[in-house]
Design a protein around this ligand. Structure first.
Ligand code: NAD
Ligand code: TYD
Length: 349
């Protein structure tokens, strides 16, 4: 099988590429990534020489290039992860999110439709999406696959739009597709702008920990390798035309999570208990900050037999260890443009 994975130099994409390249030596895997600030080939260095793997640098917003790539490689499956993925950046620059997440996705859909339209047999367009398309929950309830879309941030709106386009291509052109909507991921190789890697980095450097608002927002955390596993299961066994929610029933209030992180880091760094908590600094809340996300993953668990593999503290420890042992990776991605973003995002908050 010839598979295109987009965004394979990013956080989740790098784990998905590694998973597929190692587990399926008979598949030919092409990783297409434009290497934005969030993409780093160092994250997949361990598999770059595998004979079933090819990297192509390219931009999904370039429709002509994408069409040509599909014709050259004759893909039979697509795993689409490339995206602008950070809510705070979407507040600073929404149009970039429309370009990549909406137009980029439609370019891929067009190319798949044009290549496959005479014979859809054995073909699949798998679109990887987020629980943020469902909006924000208050204290009770869960997002199910039937929850109406109600995106609240420019990022969520762009992902919701891309999901709608995928379903529209399924309905209009009969393109075989599947969509999954996953909760917040954590683990190694995540760019240190998202909560967990940013705070690990700041704790280590004894920099303030900028908690938005009162830290009362709730997120549902899943270990990234469990997400990669779910993607494998859905790609191979998911029913075409269906949506699957992915999550580990692991809700945490931000401030509680941050305190656990501080405690674990104190231990790892040989600091006195409570030292890192002193770095907590409450800052102006994110505009339109969603209160709570919580995924009901029963459909995936009951129909396809997937379940998460790790307890949260175990996954957090693995994640902290990885960042502490991979300072080169961290230094590489936090130089240059990162500094500029950090100042723009946090100065004066
Ligand atoms: P990421 O920001 O770490 O990586 C995105 C990758 O896409 C990068 O390698 C980047 O270079 C590439 N990319 C961006 N624009 C591109 C373009 N125009 N052309 C080609 N490549 C481009 O993102 P992530 O956290 O790994 O998320 C991957 C996917 O999973 C996204 O679609 C995201 O919406 C979804 N998702 C993420 C989470 C999460 O918690 N991180 C949760 C659920 C769903
Ligand atoms: P984030 O990792 O950006 O993921 P998302 O917004 O997609 O859920 O943020 C997770 C939570 O942490 C969210 O409620 C916002 C909060 N947060 C902070 O309090 N401070 C920060 O510096 C960041 C980046 C996030």
């Amino acid at each position: 099988m010839k598979i295109l994975i987009t965004g394979g130099a990013g956080f989740i994409g790098s784990h998905v590429v590694r998973w597929f390249v190692n587990k399926y030596p008979d598949y030919q895997i092409v990783n297409l990534d434009n290497l934005t600030y969030a993409g780093n080939l160092r994250s997949i260095k361990d598999i770059e020489d595998n004979p079933n793997y090819t990297f192509v640098r390219g931009d999904i917003t370039d429709g002509v290039f994408i069409q040509d790539l599909f014709e050259r490689h004759q893909f039979e499956g697509v795993l689409h992860l490339a995206a602008e993925s950070h809510v705070d950046r979407s507040i600073l620059n929404p149009l970039e999110f429309v370009q990549t997440n909406v137009i980029g996705t439609v370019n891929l859909l067009n190319a798949a439709k044009n290549l496959w339209k005479d014979n859809y047999e054995g073909k699949l367009f798998y679109h990887i999406s987020t629980d943020e398309v469902y909006g924000s929950l208050d204290e009770g309830g869960f997002f199910t696959e039937e929850t109406p879309y109600d995106p609240q941030s420019p990022y969520a709106a762009s992902k919701a739009s891309s999901d709608h386009f995928v379903r529209a291509y399924g309905n209009t052109y009969k393109l075989p597709f599947v969509i999954s909507n996953c909760s917040n991921n954590y683990g190694s190789h995540q760019f240190p702008e998202k909560l967990i890697p940013l705070f690990i980095n700041n704790i280590q450097q004894k920099k303030p920990l900028p908690v938005y608002g009162k830290g009362e927002n709730v997120r549902d955390w899943l270990y990234v390798i469990d997400h990669a596993h779910a993607i494998d299961v859905i790609f191979h066994e998911g029913k075409h035309g269906e949506t699957y929610n992915i999550g580990g029933f692991n809700e945490w209030k931000n401030i509680d999570l941050i305190k656990v992180l501080c405690k674990l880091m104190d231990k790892k760094l040989g600091r006195a208990e409570g030292e890192s908590e002193q770095l907590i600094s409450y800052v102006t809340d994110r505009a339109g900050h969603d209160l709570r996300y919580a995924i009901d993953a029963h459909k995936l668990m009951n129909e396809l037999g997937w379940k998460p593999s790790l307890q949260f503290e175990e996954g957090l420890e693995k994640t902290i260890d990885w960042y502490l042992e991979n300072q080169d990776w961290l230094h590489e991605v936090t130089s240059g443009a990162y500094q500029q973003y950090y100042e723009e995002q946090y100065e004066g908050r």
